[in-house]
Design a protein around this ligand. Structure first.
Ligand code: AGP
Length: 610
């Protein structure tokens, strides 16, 4: 989604801003722009397409300035083109602004601004902001006050940064519903929508909260609310390193992140298992665990891949904790006036911790009195901060748009939470210990699966030209079928559907012919015989079959065209293993099709708009 980076200090801001934008490319975007003050005059360059194109365009312009802002845009209002790219400027180009989010009442505001004689150069909602600020400045207000007054009139979400040439020593930034962080340096300060954009320069950051407007100069930072109340902000130290957000020798972030999973899963488990007692210790839930185990119902709310991990969580919690559990799309939950009470605990699962629908669902649930808990990857993210308590997944920064290591870490955390609750209820110490021991063995089992990478690449070669795929699994592996299909769709643009295997005969079987590959997730568990019957049904109709099966399952090779053999574990943990070959298969198919794996078309890493 859109990205923001800004700089004020003694250095030339241009390379800092361009490198910052490059760090934000993973979020997904379709145009890029930069605005600086050179000799106290504004200079804006923007274009459709990549940051590298912007970099080429400015190469011969001899830009040199110590204050500037830059943006990557992911189109919402208006097509991706130069006019709609940010920064947007006022009539005399003295003010320029970059904006993430959506101004929902922009049409009404635009009409009023047009009536006042303002001219618009773009189709965006964002442009109203620069003209509103212009109006307030004309009425005698300074930049910060004008931004506050403008934001009092807008409905919607924003992360924004503005520069005004008559106040050339400041950047004003504001946030509501779209993340923004201020980076503090020596005689220089930064602004960014994501710490990765400024990590090369500082680790001291201040997170802006909704409704806050920051005033940033080269050696000072202060914040007020949009209603002009002064606020004291806490400075945080970032623990993430630059190496963590580099490709580390891999051709794509996605492959690096798939390959990192033995380590990321270890990190999710580390220090949390109390083996002798067959239980776990989750610091983030200590204050709420007594209340959590007494809840009458658990709801898991999320979007996309995180929703799939929620579905696995439902199976885990109902099997081991015997608490009725429901899983909801956050986008549906937030608008359907859900029946929620203080007897419910609601988990909000999110890699980014910034997904707009999940955040809105969280606020709705909190307002209705439920215990709201987060399972987030990004430390200090909005969902992590707004929940009553929660558990971090510790997967490290995930840059590839297609979520991989975040998913397996979410499954680990859901397993840990299940064990925590189950031990407080009916699970014996021996059974708890067995479960914990199995969890501790998962990283080495993932290592074994990753060794199959070459074989999976060969299978990808055979299937890269197929235009449809069916993914089928049962029980714990039904959500894995959904996740496998989503991975393929996202990065290879091949149509794929995930189904519970038994549902196939209720409709999708009509699609089966020699051109429709079916991927069966068929580990040896209580539904193995049933899934073999489903495989037979596809085979009888000439469908091509790939099976994810267990290492000791030789019989399955007589039935399927290709098999990928993986280690065994207990049923509840099997999805952490079965998903890995599906991630690799999607990755290799997309690479063989020559597609941009890390930044697939139309997708954004963190969906901060509805
Ligand atoms: C996953 O591959 C997707 N890119 C997407 O479905 C993602 O999982 C979803 O947008 C939720 O994101 P979150 O986990 O950051 O909330």
């Amino acid at each position: 989604m859109c990205g923001i980076v800004g700089y004020i200090g003694d250095k030339n801001c241009v390379p800092i801003l361009i490198n910052g934008l490059k760090r934000l490319e993973y979020r997904g975007y379709d145009s890029a722009g930069i605005g600086i003050l050179q000799d106290k005059k504004s200079l804006v360059v923007k274009n459709k397409g990549k940051v590298s194109f912007l970099e080429d365009r400015i190469e011969n312009l001899s830009l040199n300035s110590n204050i500037g802002i830059a943006h990557t845009r992911w189109a919402t209002h208006g097509i991706p083109n130069e006019q709609n790219a940010h920064p947007h400027t006022n009539h005399d180009h003295s003010i320029f602004i970059i904006h993430n989010g959506i101004i929902e009442n922009y049409a009404v505001i635009k009409k009023s601004l047009l009536n006042q004689g303002y001219k618009f150069n773009s189709e965006t909602d964002s442009e109203v902001l620069v003209h509103m600020i212009d109006g307030f400045i004309k009425n005698g207000n300074d930049l910060q006050k004008s931004v506050q007054l403008a934001l009092n009139e807008v409905e919607g979400t924003y992360g924004l940064a503005v520069i005004y040439s008559n106040e050339p020593d400041k950047i004003v930034a504001a946030r509501k519903g779209s993340p923004l962080v201020v980076g503090l340096g020596d005689n220089e300060n930064f602004i960014a929508s994501d710490v990765s954009a400024i990590l090369a320069h500082t680790k001291q950051v201040v997170y802006l909260e909704d409704g806050e407007v920051a005033l940033i100069t080269k050696n000072s930072f202060s914040a007020k609310t949009i209603y002009d109340k002064e606020i004291q902000k806490e400075v945080h130290e970032i623990t993430m390193t630059l190496e963590e957000i580099d490709k580390g020798g891999y051709p794509h972030f996605m492959l690096k992140e798939i390959m990192e999973q033995p380590e990321t899963v270890r990190n999710s488990i580390r220090g949390r298992i109390v083996l002798d007692h067959g239980t776990v210790k989750l610091g983030g839930l200590i204050d709420v665990v007594d209340s959590l185990v007494e809840k009458k119902r658990i709801i898991i709310t999320a979007c996309g891949t995180s929703w799939h991990s929620g579905l696995v969580g439902e199976y885990m919690i109902e099997q081991f904790c015997r608490i009725p559990t429901e899983v909801e799309y956050a986008s549906e939950f937030r608008y359907r006036n859900p029946i929620v009470s203080k007897d419910d605990a609601i988990f909000f699962v999110s890699q980014s911790g910034e997904t707009a629908d999940t955040l809105a669902a969280l606020r709705e649930a909190k307002m209705k009195g439920a215990l709201v808990l987060g399972i987030c990857n990004v430390v200090g993210s909005s969902i992590a901060r707004e929940t009553n308590a929660g558990v971090y997944t510790h997967a490290g920064p995930e840059i590839g748009v297609a979520s991989t290591k975040a998913f397996t870490s979410q499954l680990v955390v859901l397993a840990l939470i299940t064990l925590l609750i189950a031990r407080r209820k009916n699970l014996s110490q021996v059974d708890g210990k067995n479960l914990a021991e199995e969890l501790l063995k998962i990283p080495e089992k993932i290592e074994a699966i990753l060794k199959l990478n070459d074989k999976i690449e060969q299978i990808a070669e055979k299937f890269k030209d197929s235009s449809n795929f069916l993914y089928l699994g049962r029980g714990y592996n039904f959500p894995v079928a959904l996740e496998g299909a989503l991975k393929l769709k996202e990065i290879s643009y091949i149509h794929a559907e995930g189904y519970p295997a038994a549902e196939m005969k209720h409709g999708p079987i009509a699609l089966i012919d020699e051109n429709m590959p079916a991927i069966f997730i068929a580990p040896k568990d209580s539904t193995y015989d049933k899934i073999i019957s489903n495989i037979q049904e596809v085979k009888a109709r000439g469908g091509k079959i790939i099976a994810i099966a267990n290492e000791d399952d030789d019989d399955i090779d007589n039935l399927v065209d290709f098999s990928i053999k993986i280690p065994q574990t207990i049923r509840m943990l099997m999805p952490i293993l079965t998903v890995i070959p599906l991630q690799l298969l999607a990755y290799h198919i997309a690479v063989k099709k020559g597609l941009n794996v890390d930044q697939p078309r139309n997708l954004a890493k963190s969906v901060t708009v509805e």
